[in-house]
Design a protein around this ligand. Structure first.
Ligand SMILES: Cc1cc2nc3c(=O)[nH]c(=O)nc-3n(C[C@H](O)[C@H](O)[C@H](O)COP(=O)(O)OP(=O)(O)OC[C@H]3O[C@@H](n4cnc5c(N)ncnc54)[C@H](O)[C@@H]3O)c2cc1C
Ligand SMILES: *[C@@H]1O[C@H](CO)[C@@H](O)[C@H](O)[C@H]1NC(C)=O
Length: 458
């Protein structure tokens, strides 16, 4: 079948792979995926998924294979997704059960990745060792002056190895440090400068680099056997837990059918939020550092810490809220567009939504090479407010988990702690509900309607 246009995806993480899988369903779109690493691989430990994302996995036919490797509570049945417990004291205390329809779906990242790779159709050209440095695209005003679509100049990709490649649409799925984002912000800034708006140009340039959130995450995978031998019947062996503490927080849940435990312990310095970190972002650190940061915590948490061999410490980075996810025939997807705090377990899920909505728009019969920018603008209009809202509530949840939320800080002695913890819990649930109460279908429908209305006007 002849192709209506070619799509290059830069980055083969969750966002890039899902983009490739969904786009490959349209036989008139040629898909190339370029990954910087030697092979497609996922670092990190577990990944939590919510029903809103799971419904997309079902729509893509990935759910059966994922169910083989994930812990998937029955669809829609109320489950305790997480138990909340205050743990930064000699004796901890459970204070809330976060009950949600369908609970938390948990997967080992490596298993998620290999399932996605298995579903990558052979029609998609996958390239590894291709680190994109920058791109260029023809100036926007040439668009209307072009006689025919076939003559439309390509977007050019420049790789670190000195090679180049061409495409009609470039999707930047290259993560929080995105070079596509940097290139795009430079492009937007130079247009603003050319139009005499130096202040706006400055805003674009400031949004290019990732920012340190001030938060560090110690991540590890614990063999369940090890924890069981230390504390038989430890609640984390079967129950996802969120432990709350002052400026610290721990999220732990079983993965890989309960044979492994995903462990993430956070230490927040909100005074350093949005600063630049002049140190490696990911580093193996001695366990003593972890023990020191959590030395005041209760015994059941100490048992978890004892099971962590060598934690890796991640400096959690975010992207600034962007004024656009697209420019011309380039769009950003996933962390490149909206790297967020991990406190709603939703960064990857939002990348999946981006991919799903974007592919629906690009694959739609009314989208042609000539109308690509319009399809990308509708993607931006539908996805940007939503993803940026999720980023905001994820940040809020972090403030709530670490007792930093204004008015709910548990600082003054003699205050009504149970009342405040109850208030914290209900706020957290309210901010998080979108993940299990809503569906992406409404957004897809809205996007298609916008596209069809635009097509009928032109
Ligand atoms: C501690 C922690 C816990 C988290 N927990 C969850 C969770 O439970 N649930 C959830 O949904 N999300 C979670 N997230 C967020 C999630 O990990 C990210 O949102 C998700 O990985 C983003 O996917 P992505 O494909 O956009 O980017 P990435 O996964 O970062 O993938 C980017 C890919 O692009 C490649 N690349 C980078 N630069 C280039 C380049 N220049 N050229 C070519 N290729 C390039 C990289 O090698 C990589 O393969 C968590 C994050 C953290 C830090
Ligand atoms: C950091 O940026 C976020 C928006 O992404 C904002 O909500 C927050 O207030 C900023 N923090 C500081 C300390 O500037």
């Amino acid at each position: 079948m002849s192709k209506k246009f070619t799509v290059a995806i830069c980055g083969g993480g969750v966002g890039g792979l899902v983009c490739a899988i969904v786009l490959s369903q349209y036989s008139d779109i040629q898909v190339d995926i370029y990954e910087a690493a030697n092979q497609f691989s996922e670092i990190g430990a577990g990944i939590g998924m919510w029903p809103r994302t799971w419904k997309i996995m079902q729509a893509l036919g990935l759910d059966h294979d994922l169910a083989e490797v994930a812990i998937v509570p029955p669809n829609g049945v109320p489950q305790v997704a997480f138990t909340f417990r205050k743990g930064d004291q000699a004796e901890g205390r459970n204070f809330y059960a976060l009950n949600t329809p369908g609970g938390l779906i948990s997967i080992h990242r490596a298993h998620f990745q290999s399932t996605l790779l298995r579903h990558l159709p052979s029609s998609c050209n996958a390239h590894t060792r291709k680190r994109l440095v920058s791109y260029t695209q023809p100036a926007r005003r040439t668009r209307r002056s072009m006689a025919g679509a076939a003559a439309l100049p390509k977007v050019t990709l420049y790789f670190q190895d000195g090679t180049t490649a061409f495409c009609d649409v470039l999707l930047g799925a290259d993560g929080v440090k995105s070079n596509v984002r940097t290139s795009m912000m430079k492009e937007m800034a130079s247009l603003a400068r050319a139009q005499g708006d130096a202040a706006q140009a400055e805003v674009f340039m400031r949004a290019a680099p990732a920012r340190w959130s001030g938060t560090s995450a110690y991540r590890a995978v614990i063999p369940a056997e090890k924890l069981r031998s230390l504390v038989p019947g430890h609640r984390v062996l079967t129950h996802p837990m969120i432990y709350f503490g002052k400026d610290t927080q721990i999220t732990v849940y079983p993965i890989a059918h309960g044979t492994l435990i995903n462990f993430a312990a956070f230490r927040a310095r909100y005074d350093l939020e949005n600063t630049t970190l002049d140190a490696p972002w990911v580093q193996d650190v001695p366990r003593d550092e972890l023990l020191r940061d959590f030395h005041e915590w209760e015994p059941e948490v100490q048992a978890l810490l004892q099971c962590v061999q060598t934690p890796s410490r991640w400096a959690v980075h975010t992207s600034a809220p962007l004024g656009a996810f697209t420019f011309g025939r380039v769009a950003l997807v996933g962390d490149a567009a909206h790297a967020m705090m991990p406190y709603q377990g939703s960064g990857a899920g939002q990348a999946v939504e981006d991919a799903y909505v974007l592919a629906t728009l690009l694959g739609h019969p009314s989208t042609s090479i000539a109308t690509l920018p319009r399809a990308l603008q509708i993607y931006d209009a539908v996805r940007r407010p939503f993803a940026q809202h999720v980023a905001k509530v994820s940040r809020d949840n972090g403030l709530l988990f670490t007792m930093n939320y204004p008015g709910l800080t548990l600082e003054s002695p003699g205050e009504d702690v149970p009342r405040k913890l109850a208030e914290l819990s209900s706020r957290i649930k309210k901010k998080w509900e979108w993940a299990w109460e809503s569906s992406v279908d409404d957004d897809v429908e809205r996007a298609v309607r916008m596209l069809e209305e635009a097509a009928s006007r032109s």
